[in-house]
Design a protein around this ligand. Structure first.
Ligand code: PLP
Length: 410
């Protein structure tokens, strides 16, 4: 690890207080031009005693706006202190998590995985528009049927077709021969440029796509493609549970990655991450954003700087070994749960490196699934699966209660 380490709370606090001092201070500085201020003083008191030791909450109250992208060109100077922390966070994620070379990345803390995925596809679509003079109807998104609904949303918004690839029912692996047919059909329908979404942890199964299945085929067919990894769910798990993983920027075919800090990292909602190689994000510059210093390269526009601080605090409180331990505990609990299911002969899907277990719904009485808040694949009679996500609060005690409830009915 080059940049990621564990730091004591005192150093983190000092670092963030210093960053906040480098930002405009709406309470004490004269600042006339921004349609913004600190959080409303009648509701969010800046002198509350607990704020003293809570740097993330201090940042919420100070209310920095991280509008724009701070890895590319210039940025709003009023918030330069906390923007620097956002850059530090992105550097840890790009270089230490996802094996990017130093300073070869762009990115930002997006409001969530949905935006980060849409941003990725927007960047690729415009890349093809600008560099190949491609029309939107010549561009196709290719993704598995288990892919998150943010991808059809992106297809709809960006006006480019999505071609879904079937997966094998039990292994959730991409069906390579079906993929070939999907691509052939797309080509027959005039598609010339491809945007591939490979999952590092699907929403319902936690299954991890092998990106080579896509890229080998597209290369064999001599078709241009860009590859995005949707690690919204698995981005904070898989790199630690599979240390040999090549699903990162060490693979030159990976152009961008989504990660969600508001899932496994337990950061507040509003904390997704978009990361890409240099040379791509400028395809979505909005030059009309002239009042924003450095203009805007993001989908969302204004966004809170406090989300970046929250990620910084979590990453540097744990450090790499602490995080590895946390993930290892979750995986041990998942192994324990799977062992119980095996003994009861309940069929399920689980990727061995992930902490999601997806049970065959025919073996789980519906009232028990509802009592334990299991999430179904579909909220209707055709539902075939229920998932259990082994998060921090999902301890063996709770899993045991679920197992006992199912056992009583077996
Ligand atoms: C794989 C995957 N991608 C994208 C998303 C979208 O993330 P968000 O809800 O943060 O927009 C999710 C959310 O569950 C997900 O599981």
């Amino acid at each position: 690890m080059k940049y990621w380490k564990k730091l004591p709370h005192r150093s983190l606090q000092t670092r963030i207080e210093k960053a906040l001092k480098e930002n405009v201070d709406f309470e004490n500085d004269i600042s006339l031009g921004y349609p913004a201020s600190k959080l409303d003083n009648k509701v969010f008191y800046s002198d509350a005693s607990f704020l003293k030791d809570a740097p993330t909450l201090q940042t919420y109250v100070a209310n920095p706006n991280h509008i724009g992208c701070h890895t590319y060109g210039s940025s709003e100077s009023a918030f330069k202190g906390t923007q620097e922390i956002e850059r530090e966070v992105l550097r840890v994620l790009a270089v230490d998590f996802f094996k990017m070379e130093d300073e070869q990345f762009d990115g930002y803390i997006a409001p969530g995985g949905t935006e980060a995925n849409i941003q990725a596809i927007w960047v690729f679509r415009n890349f093809y528009n600008h560099h190949f003079n491609a029309a939107n109807d010549e561009i196709a998104i290719i993704a598995s049927e288990d892919t998150h609904y943010s991808i059809p949303k992106a297809s709809n918004l960006l006006n480019i077709d999505l071609h879904r690839v079937p997966v094998h029912f039990e292994t959730r692996e991409i069906d390579a021969s079906a993929l070939e047919k999907v691509v052939q059909e797309a080509v027959a329908n005039g598609k010339k440029y491809f945007v591939v979404i490979a999952n590092m942890g699907t929403t319902m199964f936690g299954s991890v796509d092998d990106p080579d299945v896509y890229t080998d085929l597209l290369e064999k067919m001599d078709l241009p493609y860009k590859l995005h990894i949707d690690g919204a769910y698995g981005g904070f798990v898989y790199p630690f549970s599979n240390l040999e993983s090549k699903i990162n920027f060490s693979n030159p075919k990976v152009s961008s990655i989504t990660i969600d800090a508001h899932k496994m990292l337990q950061a507040p909602y509003g904390t997704g991450v978009y990361l890409s190689r240099k040379g791509l994000i400028e395809n979505v510059i909005t030059k009309e954003a002239e009042y924003v210093e450095g203009m805007d390269l993001t989908l969302c526009g204004s966004r809170s700087g406090a989300n970046a601080i929250a990620v910084y605090m979590i990453l540097f409180t744990y450090g790499p070994y602490g995080w590895y331990e946390k993930i290892s505990v979750l995986l041990m609990r998942t192994n324990w749960f799977c062992k119980q299911l095996d003994e009861m002969k309940i069929p399920y899907y689980r990727n061995e490196n992930m902490n999601i277990v997806t049970l065959d719904s025919s073996h789980v009485p519906r009232d028990i699934a509802e009592k334990f808040d299991l999430v179904p694949e579909q909220h209707n009679e055709s539902n075939k699966w229920y998932k259990v996500v082994i998060m921090d609060h999902v301890e063996i005690d709770s899993l045991m209660q679920f197992i006992n409830a199912v056992k009583e009915r077996h």
